[in-house]
Design a protein around this ligand. Structure first.
Ligand code: A3P
Length: 287
């Protein structure tokens, strides 16, 4: 089924996967619980990798849960109608996912002790990953070309809106006790150290062996062959399995294989303009 797009409070979503009523419910009425842990990302930033890490940490590194329960049942997507239903029935403590920009996130977060883990990734790699995945996931329209997709990405004319708004919005919470951010690149460079930092944030103590088991079982290779985590079980209505897979390359810097010099320069110009207010440095090399 070809998706229709609609704009909700200035952000693009697709129908029937999302609806203005449910998005409003999630923002205004969904009750965040103090012991909720939210895995928040802009799409293609390492959501499923973090979901796997958090699932394994929850089980002290034991892979039993990630090998027996589908990822979207372990951590439902609150803003998606199927995920919302599951989130409402989920017994505490919940592990939940969301791609919502901060202004559309449940308001009840403000007066709760819920923990947010925000993972971000080099936006040029996000762009390339999303370009490929848009041909696979039916929630997104198939891009006409990389050039037109680049323009849509830069202007935020895509589902979940602008990467720049998402990142600057969520990073506004940096410094809050219950907010933790990490990059896909840090996860790649230092998986053990990253898992230890996440555990510290969650108040969870794992032994070196347990940390090693989290890293091993959440690796690209492990997830690629784990039917519970690789989206191979997702329905044909949501995913066109002929067009590709969730676990595509899993590397940093793949944008270099796709963007021309001109496209990269165009990206850099907008990046500079949109990120200048943020006094933070990132592992990627957009100027
Ligand atoms: P690529 O398309 O660049 O390969 P999300 O989970 O947010 O949809 O992000 C998907 C991206 O994360 C894909 O990137 C996918 O390959 C990558 N990914 C998923 N699991 C990973 C893992 N365990 N290690 C490294 N990358 C992973």
């Amino acid at each position: 089924m070809e998706r229709e797009y609609f704009t909700h409070k200035g952000v693009l979503f697709s129908s029937p996967d999302y609806s203005p009523e449910e998005l409003s419910y999630v923002e205004n009425e969904f009750q965040v619980r103090d012991d909720d842990v939210f895995n928040v990302t802009y799409p293609k930033s390492g959501t499923n990798w973090m979901l796997e890490i958090l699932s394994l940490i929850r089980c002290d590194g034991d892979p039993g849960w990630v090998r027996s329960v589908l990822s979207w049942d372990r951590a439902p997507w609150v803003e998606h109608y199927l995920g919302l239903e599951a989130a409402l029935k989920y017994p505490s403590p919940r592990l939940l996912c969301s791609h919502l920009p901060v202004q559309l996130f449940p308001k009840s977060l403000k007066c709760s002790k819920a923990k947010i883990i925000y993972t971000l990734r080099c936006p040029k790699d996000v762009l390339v990953s999303l370009y490929h995945f848009s041909k696979v996931l039916r929630i997104f329209k198939t891009p006409e070309s990389l050039d037109s997709f680049l323009e849509d990405f830069l202007s935020g004319n895509i589902v979940y809106g602008s990467w720049f708004d998402h990142v600057t919005g969520w990073l506004g919470l940096k410094g809050s006790k219950n907010f933790f951010s990490i990059t896909y690149e840090e996860l790649q460079q230092d998986p053990q150290g990253s898992v230890r930092r996440i555990c510290h944030f969650l108040g969870k103590e794992l032994s070196e062996e347990q940390v090693a088991s989290v890293v091993e079982n959440a690796s690209f290779q492990s997830m690629k062959v784990n039917k519970m985590s690789n989206y191979s079980q997702m329905s044909d209505q949501l995913l066109d399995h002929q067009q590709g897979a969730l676990l595509r390359k899993g590397i940093c810097g793949d944008w270099r294989n796709h963007l021309s010099e001109g496209q990269s320069r165009r990206f850099n110009a907008i990046y500079q303009e949109r990120m200048q207010g943020l006094s933070m440095t990132f592992p990627w090399d957009c100027p």
